[in-house]
Design a binder for this molecule. Sequence first.
Ligand SMILES: [Zn+2]
Length: 97
Amino acid sequence: MAGNLEATMDTRAARYFKWLLFWQQQGRCCYCGEHVVLTYRPYEAVRPYAATLEHLQRRADGGTGHSSNLAMACKRCNNTRGERDWLSYASWRRKEF
Ligand SMILES: [Zn+2]
């Protein structure tokens, strides 16, 4: 799945980055600016407002797992982004709200 790190990244590293980005972004999604919920409970992690780790440049486009390529997005944005590049997706999201 595009942008979803959990499957490919060590869980402890993924948790650390999520926590770090949560504070850096003041608990807001990097795309829509909505507040997200930082959770590790499976039943919460599937909610649209759950925090997810996002590769700004997709792995398919040569993006790495380095912290400079990571951002926190809500699950809804992460799922909706699909194949779009992150800059055009971000501006599209912001016009919508
Ligand atoms: Zn969002």
